[in-house]
Ligand binder design. Structure first.
Ligand code: ATP
Ligand code: SF4
Ligand code: MG
Length: 395
């Protein structure tokens, strides 16, 4: 474990990261898939930040980029003050040891031909002590840490003889055995039965508290993000569209997409199950052919005609720690997060001048549309309170 402390600044800085994949469309040409675009996020040591969004929004790609597992097209990933893109040799090995992943599918991420003891020991063979007895001791400790007991009996079992929850605990033991500082937990409970989900999330919380671990928690499930995360970043079409503390996001979501996600959370009170909820129709866009302007505009019930389909809304700070990228919220005196240039991340233009023009176009368009069209700031406020009242996402 490293000596990095909160006073040293964010343990992880994601600085304007873009990840494009290039897929071959013919023998001579390729097409870019915009998986992640211009994402910035600072994560403090010991913090859990949840990445939430529909399928294809870029959550896994961003998580993998922070682990240096996919090449980034633009921006930087800074871990403990060092650009991970510059790491080589022993430094890269050390980073790999300290930054671990827990994957969604404990069925496919564990080799069926290896016993539990071998599976948990495997990362140590590369990064750990040379002595076999020391490694055995660490395996037992790791299994006990994830509450798999009696550990001495479990080490000889094969994964197929375990329940889904037990298998995910084995995956967590594999990640924890190297005593990491940072973990990307990519949908760690989505493929296990409901009764084990809460237990696994509690286990992760306990481990986090014990070792001041930092988590990037990737999920579709806003309710679990509310319980497990300190902050929630909502992603849509490769961008962060809203970032806030978990309670703030659940109780006072500003972005129409965040509100739609909240509205889709199942109602825990059976009496309210049949109540109608505002649901945003349509499908998430194809990352190879993103709509111009705000990528959410074809589905947005309150889109501002003439603005939303033209200008990419920059992420602005609404209040302390609450950021949103939506033309409905050009908060008075708000500053562009990441500077004027990030406002110009719009496809409509990237320089400072065009950022100012965009801000002007925004406020002009909002003044006229607020009076005349349902896509107004006033109307989104009422739909917002409705969706939150309906969502029933209570801790
Ligand atoms: N290796 C790859 N090559 C080409 N396209 C990719 C690759 N990996 C991801 N993509 C594309 O990038 C986009 C983002 O994918 P990603 O897996 O990051 O989304 P996600 O939010 O994790 O989705 P899910 O919730 O389904 O796991 C998708 O359009 C996906 O098809
Ligand atoms: S109002 Fe415009 S900018 Fe905001 S989410 Fe809807 S389409 Fe996007
Ligand atoms: Mg994913």
């Amino acid at each position: 474990m490293s000596s990095w402390s909160k006073d040293d600044g964010p343990i992880l800085r994601i600085e304007r990261v873009t990840v494009d994949f290039f897929v071959r469309t013919s023998f001579f040409s390729t097409k870019p898939i915009h998986a992640v675009t211009d994402v910035s996020l600072d994560v403090t040591k010991g913090e859990t930040v949840a990445l939430v969004g529909e399928s294809g929004s870029g959550k896994t790609t961003l998580g993998r980029a922070t682990l240096h597992l996919v090449p980034i097209t633009g921006g930087r990933i800074i871990f403990e003050g060092t650009d991970v893109g510059d790491l080589r040799g022993k430094e890269l090995m050390s980073f790999r040891q300290r930054a671990q992943a827990i994957f969604q599918d404990p069925f496919s991420s564990l080799s069926p031909y290896m016993r539990v003891g071998q599976l948990v020991e495997e990362p140590l063979v590369i990064h750990g002590p040379k002595s076999g007895s020391e490694r055995d001791q660490r395996v037992i400790e790791a299994l006990e840490m994830v509450k798999l007991s009696p550990a001495t009996e479990l080490i000889d079992k094969y994964p197929h003889t375990l329940s889904g929850g037990q298998r995910q605990r084995v995956s967590i033991a594999r990640a924890m055995i190297l005593r990491p500082d940072y973990i990307v937990a990519d949908e760690p409970v989505s493929m296990i039965d409901a009764s084990s989900r809460a237990e696994i999330l509690y286990l992760l919380s306990e481990l986090q508290e014990r070792d001041a671990l930092t988590f990037l928690y990737i999920t579709h499930d806003l309710a679990s993000a509310r319980h497990f995360a300190d902050r929630i970043a909502v992603m849509y079409a490769g961008r962060i569209v809203e970032l806030a503390t978990a309670p703030q996001l659940v109780e006072d979501a500003k972005h129409p997409y965040s509100q739609a996600l909240l509205a889709a959370v199942p109602e825990p009170d059976p009496a309210n199950r049949l109540r109608s909820r505002p649901v945003v129709g349509g499908e998430p866009p194809d990352a190879g052919a993103l709509p111009a302007g705000c990528a959410f505009h074809p589905r947005c019930p309150v889109a501002i005609k003439g603005t939303c389909e033209v200008i990419v809304p920059p992420l602005i700070q609404l209040s302390d720690g609450h950021e949103v990228a939506c033309h409905l919220y050009p908060a008075a005196g708000a500053s562009y997060v990441g500077g004027a240039d990030s406002a110009g991340a719009s496809d409509a233009g990237g320089d400072e001048g065009s950022a100012e023009a965009a801000a002007e176009a925004r406020s002009a368009s909002m003044t006229s549309s607020a009076a005349s069209n349902p896509g107004s700031a006033a109307s989104v406020k009422s739909s917002q309170s409705e969706s939150i009242a309906i969502s029933g996402v209570t801790p």
